[in-house]
Design a protein around this ligand. Structure first.
Ligand SMILES: Nc1ncnc2c1ncn2[C@@H]1O[C@H](COP(=O)(O)OP(=O)(O)OP(=O)(O)O)[C@@H](O)[C@H]1O
Length: 249
């Protein structure tokens, strides 16, 4: 198998006496969705923050496309190909879908916001944003104010923003949050296709989505990965059943 696109080696982060992530080594391979699941407080957000650059690990490292990015900023990681979508929407509700796609990519790329007016008229940025909207199926809504979109459409727009930077890997933090059954189903179908473009590290509480999408699942409990495997392996793991899924899982 080729080298992983994204990997962590022995990541550790403590807050005082509490070890939030304890020696975490996971990887993400081309074409796959690797889901991270675990109960509240297991360390999922802390792990993601260390991968994306918001939080400096106490020890361990993060590798993107074989390069150690542990000391790189969030923006440098985004420029190097790490696409991120957030648990809480980072979109500007007053702006249109197209403006969000243009300005979101500008922000993620670390270019100064004082150039935003110029950015809106920048043909390259505009074309890239339009292409990304086309890919996620939002072209028809390009002039709609973001605040008028449904939850599901906002999630798609967040992916479009990330796509403008041509990511090599996605990190998604609970993309199904706030979506109804229908919205989750649509987004599940969308992510299913997206994995061929860039693999996805998916933190998600919605187990239906996880079971439908994940090529591999890692289970995090009290900061430690207690199991990594396929859906079937995780379902039949006695450790996982007792620690997380419950006996009837
Ligand atoms: N900045 C912080 N300072 C102190 N403790 C923290 C901090 N951030 C997280 N923690 C603690 O670290 C542990 C892991 O938290 P984290 O938010 O990573 O878990 P999680 O798996 O993402 O939970 P959830 O599913 O509820 O989002 C928790 O006990 C939490 O209280």
């Amino acid at each position: 198998m080729s080298d992983p696109i994204l990997a962590t080696h022995n990541l550790r982060k403590a807050f005082g006496a509490l070890t939030a992530t304890d020696d975490i080594s996971i990887d993400l391979n081309e074409g796959e969705i690797h889901a991270i699941i675990g109960p509240n407080g297991a360390g999922k957000s802390t792990l993601i923050a260390q991968i994306c650059g918001g939080l400096r690990p106490d020890s361990g490292s993060v590798h993107l496309l074989g390069r150690d990015v542990t000391s790189d900023s969030t923006q440098a990681r985004a420029q190097a190909g790490l696409g991120r979508t957030f648990q809480i929407s980072a979109l500007a509700m007053e702006d249109t879908v197209l403006e969000n796609a243009i300005l979101g990519s500008l922000g993620a790329s670390g270019r100064p916001w004082r150039f935003w007016q110029a950015a809106l008229g920048d043909r390259t940025l505009r074309e890239r944003a339009e292409a990304a909207l086309e890919r996620v199926g939002l072209s028809d809504l390009r002039d709609t104010r973001c605040g008028s979109l449904s939850h599901g459409q906002r999630r798609q727009l967040e992916v479009a923003v990330a796509l403008t930077l041509e990511p090599k890997a996605f990190v998604m933090d609970e993309p199904m949050a706030g979506l109804g059954a229908e919205g989750s189903k649509l987004l599940t179908g969308f992510l299913d296709q997206l994995r061929t473009e860039a693999p996805i590290l998916l933190v998600e509480h919605d187990m239906d989505a996880v079971l439908a999408l994940a090529d591999r699942i890692s289970v995090l409990v009290y900061g430690k990965v207690i199991a990594t495997g396929t859906v079937d392996e995780i379902r039949s793991s006695p450790e996982v059943r007792s620690a997380y899924l419950g006996e009837d899982a």
